[in-house]
Design a protein around this ligand. Structure first.
Ligand code: PLP
Length: 418
């Protein structure tokens, strides 16, 4: 746990006065819920029947043989409902909000994965759902927007600033300041003002606790756990039971993008581009421009394309407990292809950053050791990004054919049964 919302010098609660009370209420509501057996039972049942937990730990036998060195294991978080770990947090917070008597949920989303998980959780629990999304993101993430609307959520395009994730966060904060009596703001990663970093870690720690049991069952001698780091929720949840132990090694993989220059990646913890800052209600390491503005970031994986990092990860990185590395777009794409070919598993582009880092560690490790990579999500969602790279010509003619089919006027009855 944090001390008063701080993880050493990171974290805190830097918000407008009006948001102090809702954050204090949330902290208290969360503490009560976590010591209420009926809340915990309800959460457990949702995890089992709705999310599909526990997720398996797969021995990547073929990949390990091909790489040589340690045995590689994959924590199959991508098998969770809606395709990634984000649902663990969404269902936890939505259930908490309901217990606190809230009827409406708001969320921010960039690529749409958190919006999707939140919309699904709200549909399941009968809560109204509003998702703020940058106008630019709404246009480029239509498949996720369509799914959110199918779940009954209202997606509000944000047209201020750069019209992307950071503007969506500002807009959600603004909504919450005026609506907190009835509304919970469901933040999507282990960041934001206290108590969000502690709360999101706790809801995601189910990944690490299952992994701990799976390690014990199979008597694995674990060298390292590897996770990708955007805001840091899958990493801190995976590492949770291990972070106060001296071993195994904990490795966080950030987005190396297309190169080391400022604006070409989303590397906060290595390199020299990041500095301490206070943005979106918390203190951490942020990528900023020379005049102190939030910098543009770049990554092929939308989920890692964020200028800040959760305060607990920043602190554990600084203390040396978590080692950080970065993986470029190209290496991540290679890892997607590698695990698909060797194991029949398509990693999400985000998770493939961890996959690539895990391969590197396993290769240089003695046999009989285990390296476990958290596959935070599955790659189905990335087909619009990977196909133009893997098979550009075929993809172009597919899209052209789809477009002319639509323009010719689709007869929906063709797809609607009789
Ligand atoms: C959103 C997302 C991430 C990054 O978020 P964290 O909070 O860093 O976990 C990683 N992987 C997948 C599949 C995602 O959808």
């Amino acid at each position: 746990m944090s001390a008063q919302g701080y993880f050493n010098r990171f974290g805190g609660r830097y918000v407008a006065e009006v948001l102090r009370r809702p954050l204090e209420d949330l902290e208290e509501g969360f503490a009560h819920a976590m010591s209420d057996p009926s809340f915990l039972t309800r959460l457990e049942v949702l995890r089992r029947d709705f999310i599909g937990r526990p997720t398996p730990l797969l021995f990547a036998e073929n990949a390990s043989r091909e790489i040589g060195g340690a045995d590689i294991y994959i924590k199959m978080e991508g098998l969770a409902h809606t395709g990634a770990h984000k649902i663990n947090n969404a269902i936890g917070q939505a259930l908490l909000a309901k217990r606190m008597g809230k009827t409406r949920i708001i969320a921010e989303t960039g690529a749409g994965q958190h919006g999707l998980a939140t919309a699904s959780a709200c549909a399941r629990l009968g809560l109204e759902c509003v998702v703020y999304m940058g106008d630019v993101d709404v246009r480029r993430q239509q498949p996720n927007v369509a799914a959110m609307e199918l779940y009954g959520a209202r997606v509000i395009p944000v047209t201020s600033g750069s019209r992307t994730l950071k503007d969506a966060i500002n807009e959600a904060m603004r909504d919450w300041a005026a609506s907190f009596e009835t509304t919970h703001y469901l933040i999507g990663s282990a960041l934001g003002p206290a108590p969000f970093p502690d709360m999101v870690r706790e809801f995601q720690s189910v990944i690490g606790r299952e992994t701990l049991d799976q390690i014990a069952e199979r008597k694995l001698d674990v060298e390292a756990l590897v996770a990708c780091v955007g805001g840091g929720s899958n990493a801190i949840g995976f590492f949770e039971p291990f972070r106060s132990l001296p071993a195994p090694r904990l490795i966080g993989a950030e987005a190396g993008g297309i190169g080391p220059a400022v604006g070409e990646n989303a590397v906060r913890m290595t390199g020299t581009a990041a500095s301490d800052g206070i943005i979106h209600g918390y203190k951490s390491r942020f990528l900023v421009t020379e005049d102190g503005q939030v910098a543009e970031t770049r990554s092929i994986s939308a989920g890692l394309d964020y200028p800040g990092i959760g305060p607990e990860l920043a602190s554990l990185g600084e203390s040396g407990r978590i080692e950080f590395t970065s993986v470029t777009d190209d290496k991540a794409l290679d890892a997607v292809r590698f695990f698909a070919r060797t194991e029949g598993v398509i990693f999400a582009l985000e998770s493939a950053h961890a996959g690539a880092a895990a391969l590197e560690i396993a290769r240089n490790c003695s046999p009989h050791k285990a390296v476990i990579v958290n596959m935070s999500g599955r790659g189905d969602k990335d087909i619009f990004i990977t196909s133009p790279v893997f098979r550009p010509e075929q993809w172009k003619s597919f899209l052209a054919a789809e477009l002319s089919r639509l323009e010719a006027g689709v007869d929906i009855h063709l797809f609607g049964g009789n």
